[in-house]
Design a protein around this ligand. Structure first.
Ligand code: TXD
Length: 312
């Protein structure tokens, strides 16, 4: 294939992203990790699955960056996941160092790549990658919104006993427990959730969505969610490579939208072959705006802590 996606971090989310991507047969895949043998073993295993599903995808596992040269997309998943009781922000110090290294190594070999960041704390890590690559902000995007929206869609579909395909949900804000599920704009077959779900049930869904990542962390005991986060990355990769102009929620660099500047934040974006084509600004009511401001304060704090840690 003449398209290449390199995934840095071959752990749970990295290798599962490779899996979802290989099934889509849209790019060759390079999986990089520091653990010797692990990315090679996973890549070989996945490669041997290709004849069964009839997909001609080349998958390379490696401990160095040579094979990533000329990537169309770099996905960064390298870093520590949360342990039960930890917040995503607790990962800042350790992951800033790992993401810096992954970013600086990859940009040398793929100066024209689009970056998708997954490592937590997500909004701050996307900011870090954008600053270190020196790429236009449209070419660095963080994955959070598809996942958070998918969690909400799952809970709504269960509540109403309808197909997940009928449920559209929009979750804005930082990728933390203060994220903002928009119940007014979210809908089932075009009808606002506020008109079909009683307020107490809707509030329960909003709370479960906000804490969706933590719920899985406490069940798993080690590690965090990976199937849904990884398929979200695969959807973003596909939207970019196929130039779909797909509107999804993602973490994007703010240049005044929603009153925010110089930080990454979860908003609806349109994704195409050049990365983020547009940020969509919703009209928000008073309550939604207040929630968004609260979430932005959290992300601002983490971004400031990052700036104190790394000279950007
Ligand atoms: O929606 C989202 N944004 C998220 C983010 C959803 C799920 C997970 N989220 C975050 O992604 C999570 O909090 C972590 O910060 C990252 C990676 O999570 P994952 O579950 O994949 O963690 P693993 O299984 O521990 O894998 C991380 C791998 C592991 O194999 C390490 O050896 C590797 O990262 N690692 C490195 N690879 C390359 N280079 C360096 N320097 C490096 N350091 C660690």
């Amino acid at each position: 294939m003449n398209t290449k996606v390199s995934i840095i971090g071959g752990g749970m989310t990295g290798s599962t992203t490779a899996h979802w991507l290989a099934e889509r047969e849209i790019a060759d895949i390079v999986l990089v990790d520091i653990v010797e043998g692990m990315p090679q073993g996973k890549a070989l295993d996945l490669q041997q699955a290709m004849p069964v599903i009839g997909k001609d995808v080349k998958i390379i596992g490696t401990n160095d960056y040579e094979a990533t040269a000329g990537s169309d997309i770099i996905v960064i998943t390298a870093g520590l996941p949360r342990k039960p009781g930890m917040s995503r922000d607790d990962l800042l110090n350790a992951n800033a160092e790992i993401v810096s290294k992954a970013t600086l190594e990859t940009i040398k070999k793929s100066p024209n790549a689009i970056y998708i960041i997954l490592t937590n704390p997500l909004d701050a890590m996307a900011y870090l990658a954008m600053k270190l690559t020196n790429l236009p902000p449209d070419r660095v995007v963080g994955q959070a919104g598809i996942l958070d929206s998918a969690r909400m869609r799952t809970f709504v579909a269960e509540e109403l006993h309808v197909s997940v395909e009928n449920v559209q949900c929009y979750v804005l804000g930082g990728h933390g427990d203060e994220m903002v599920p928009l119940t007014r704009h979210s809908n089932v077959a075009g009808i606002s959730l506020r008109d079909v779900i009683p307020p107490d049930r809707l509030e329960a869904i909003v709370n479960r969505t906000r804490k969706g990542g933590g719920e899985i962390v406490s069940l798993l005991k080690t590690g965090s969610a990976y199937y849904a986060p990884s398929v979200a990355v695969a959807q973003m990769v596909e939207a970019i490579l196929k130039d779909k102009h797909l509107i999804i929620s993602a973490s994007a660099f703010m240049k005044g939208e929603y009153g925010l500047k110089d930080m990454y934040f979860g908003v609806p974006v349109q994704l195409g072959r050049n990365g983020i084509e547009k940020i969509i600004v919703y009209d928000l009511d008073k309550q939604e705006s207040e929630s968004l401001i609260k979430s932005a304060e959290d992300v601002r704090q983490t971004t400031d802590a990052l700036k104190n840690l790394v000279k950007l």
